[in-house]
Design a protein around this ligand. Structure first.
Ligand code: GLA
Length: 737
């Protein structure tokens, strides 16, 4: 048994972890988030509640000593550290192909002569504590100097997060092929762990799943570009812990909108290795002499406030660091989208008529969805030809947009730039631009093919038509859709090396078009969509302001979908509409639809032509209420109070950062059916969280009264909804002393 294992088994480690008090959750400043110790050389990344400790062994390997809570690690003696290093000798921070395969490799390469084994040695490091975000760079080099690998760590102490990525440089004189380059590898202390992650399918995205990480490995991977079925986010916690707001949790998310992979493997020592990054399946990257490759970022975090604490940290981080700068501080407008009302049958007169009612109920942004461009009668034709359909819009789009602007609403448009219908001028001119396997009949889905976005001419064509469309029309918002996955990923005419890079080049070119749009149209609002929530990740969120969560707008399903979405992503990115759809035949009221949609970025998609006075009045009232509380939803701290997975109800509270203001949403799915369950099973109270215990709060909206934060967080608030599919909202405002 190694020294490290015997130390763990002695129980000293557990005692240390249990006894130590950690810094409070958010906002804890750390003087020196990155410190470097000598003899032996070691690096500590310190956040409010976690520490990552790395060290250099006497033979120059970089090893991981600790991930997560590490009380006092910074102050340990050199002797103690030396002991840990010799115990952790196999725990390479950047495991590679070569040496004993104790850990899954982060990096696998192939040299021109077919050699695969490499050995990385520490060469130098750089600490950028003074930069806006403190960063540690550790430079490793292949022992014979043929490859340089720089590991980057950017530390966000107040959010307990570290951004990790790697840069690989070919320092040889010949070509080197990268067979795998993950963003990072972590090793968690020896324990029994469960993995919490998000699964689903089209129309049912973001289901929360929990599974035991038993011996062996669990892999979450996406081979295509759409991922309704998985989200590049994870949370790992000791088996048996199930408190929403307490307990040690390790979590992370990947900033890559293509082929990604997260691996969780129990090591023979009982530790847990997590490797995350681009999926190496069907992908290689060739580096010429002197060239380098940079991986996307894997964001990792640790806290002791359970999944609730992990979500809030991710929300803060995404809102303040990931989202495009313009969108960070802006309230998202209430939008109307015509899709559910009109599908492909759009016209100027009809859209303007819809806009009039939309204006009446308080909509700020009017969006015309699919159906507006050349030949787009249904989903059989048109994708690729991005000019207004002359039959539907003989005067172009501008007269309609002006009419909408005159009503003091902004105008937005739907596009699907990565796609082409075989029945389009674009496909007739450039059939080779669509992904397909030579000799095989192209595999269509929704009658469309995917453009090979890895081709620079496709990227340039797309940037050009988008630029023209947005320059010639007063368009303030674009909904960018992606309605089918890649299937036949062949690239006729490219060299075999370039063809193997297709999946990565595709994502890079996609990002570059987004980037161009953001640069040329700084006030544009961009919404990401992939047949619902099929492409939500930190990469997408760094270019778009918000995402369409799911094509399923049924409010009871949405309660689950939004609950799952909130684990990883913040409410100011989660677009949620009221529509007339009723997938469950449950006939939820319009008010209920609004209350569910209001927990995110509110939109309306009903066919307003069918609405009478009553619906218009309800909508007016609910939109006005939303405008009063949306700063809390979009910027506040979320506490999930009641999980819909555990009961037939759900409750959320969004609390202003200074705790002066909050809004509670309470939803009934079904009231318990008499005789099927105990009448006492459902609580008559909901315990609130996140308030100031010493403050008094005045209620408004669906309740009245003044109560102290302490009372509300111990005794709770009355459960107000009565009956199936009922929802209640309570606003809490701190009473001035
Ligand atoms: C996808 C989107 C919908 C709508 C249609 C239009 O399904 O998710 O919201 O835009 O495409 O074709």
């Amino acid at each position: 048994m190694s020294d490290f294992t015997s130390f763990l088994r002695s129980g000293v480690f557990l005692l240390l972890a249990v006894q130590t008090q950690f810094s409070p959750a958010l906002g804890q400043p750390i003087d020196q988030p990155i410190t470097v110790g000598s003899n032996p050389l070691r690096f500590t990344l310190q956040t409010a509640s976690s520490a990552t400790v790395l060290a250099v062994t006497d033979d120059g390997s970089l090893v991981t000593i600790r991930e997560g809570a590490a009380p006092g690690y910074r102050n340990q003696t050199s002797e103690w550290m030396t002991r840990q290093i010799s115990a952790g000798r196999n725990r390479l921070t950047a495991p590679v192909m070569g040496g004993f395969p104790m850990l899954s490799a982060q990096l696998e390469t192939r040299f021109h002569d077919g050699t695969r084994g490499i050995r990385l040695r520490y060469r130098s490091h750089e600490v950028l504590n003074a930069s806006e975000v403190p960063e540690l760079r550790i430079s490793l080099e292949e022992e014979q100097g043929s490859l340089g690998v720089t590991l980057h760590f950017r530390v966000y102490p107040e959010w307990d997060l570290v951004e990790r990525w790697a840069r690989i440089e070919n320092r040889s004189e010949r070509t080197v092929v990268i067979e795998k380059a993950a963003s990072s590898s972590l090793v968690l202390p020896r324990d029994e762990y469960d993995l919490v992650h998000l699964t689903g399918r089209w129309g049912q995205e973001f289901n929360v799943e929990r599974t035991a990480l038993t011996g062996g490995s669990k892999v979450l991977e996406v081979r295509g570009m759409r991922f309704h079925h998985l989200s590049p986010w994870y949370l790992v916690r000791p088996s048996g812990d199930d408190d929403e707001e307490a307990g040690r949790v390790w979590f992370g998310a990947l900033a890559w909108s293509g082929n990604w992979k997260l691996e969780f493997e129990k090591t023979p020592e009982g530790e847990l290795q997590i490797v995350g990054g681009i999926n190496s399946w069907d992908t290689e990257w060739t580096l010429g002499a002197g060239q380098s490759f940079e991986t996307p970022v894997l964001v990792t975090g640790f806290c002791e406030q359970g999944p609730g604490g992990a979500s809030r940290r991710m929300h803060h981080f995404i809102r303040r660091h990931i989202l495009p700068i313009k969108a960070r501080g802006e309230i998202r407008p209430v939008l109307y989208n015509s899709w559910y009302a009109t599908t492909f049958g759009v016209s100027e007169e009809q859209q303007v008529a819809l806009a009039r009612t939309a204006k009446q109920i308080g909509v700020e942004l009017f969006v015309m969805d699919d159906g507006w461009f050349k030949g787009r009668k249904d989903d059989h034709a048109g994708l690729g030809d991005w000019t207004p359909d002359e039959e539907k819009f003989p005067r172009g789009l501008n007269p309609m947009i002006s009419a909408i602007n005159e009503m003091e609403m902004d105008f937005g448009l739907w596009v699907e730039p990565e796609m082409v219908n075989p029945d389009s001028d674009l496909y007739r001119a450039h059939p080779d631009w669509a992904l397909q396997t030579p000799g095989l009949k192209p595999l269509e889905s929704r009658n469309q093919l995917v453009l090979n976005f890895a081709r620079d001419e496709v990227r340039d064509y797309t940037a050009t038509w988008l630029n023209k469309l947005l320059s010639e029309n007063s368009i303030k918002f674009v909904k960018w859709d992606f309605n089918r996955d890649l299937a036949e990923v062949d690239w006729t005419g490219a060299s075999p090396e370039t063809a193997r890079e297709l999946r990565i080049r595709y994502v890079k070119n996609l990002y570059s078009v987004y980037q161009g749009l953001r640069k040329d149209f700084p006030s544009l609002l961009l919404e990401g969509c992939a047949g619902g929530g099929g492409r939500v990740d930190l990469g997408t969120l760094s270019y778009v302001d918000q995402v369409w969560t799911s094509d399923n707008t049924n409010p009871s399903d949405r309660i689950f979908i939004q609950y799952g979405f909130s684990q990883a992503y913040p409410a100011n990115t989660m677009v949620s509409w009221t529509t007339d759809d009723d997938w469950r035949n449950a006939r939820p009221s319009l008010e209920y639809r609004f209350r569910v949609a209001m927990a995110g970025v509110l939109g309306i998609g009903n066919d307003l032509r069918d609405w009478g006075e009553e619906e218009i009045e309800i909508a007016k009232r609910e939109v006005a209420r939303y405008k009063e509380i949306r700063h809390l939803v979009q910027w506040g701290d979320l506490y999930r109070l009641v999980s819909p997975i555990e009961s037939d109800r759900s409750a959320l509270i969004y609390v202003a950062e200074d705790r002066s203001d909050a809004v509670v949403f309470m939803y009934n799915l079904q009231d318990p059916l008499l005789g099927t369950r105990s009448a006492t099973r459902e609580s008559t109270q909901v315990i609130l969280r996140g308030l100031d215990p010493d403050a008094d709060y005045r209620f408004s909206l669906d309740s009245e009264g003044v109560y102290s934060g302490a009372t509300l967080m111990t005794n709770g608030l009355d459960w107000l909804p009565r009956g199936d599919y009922q929802a209640r909202m309570v606003r809490l405002e701190r009473v001035a002393e």
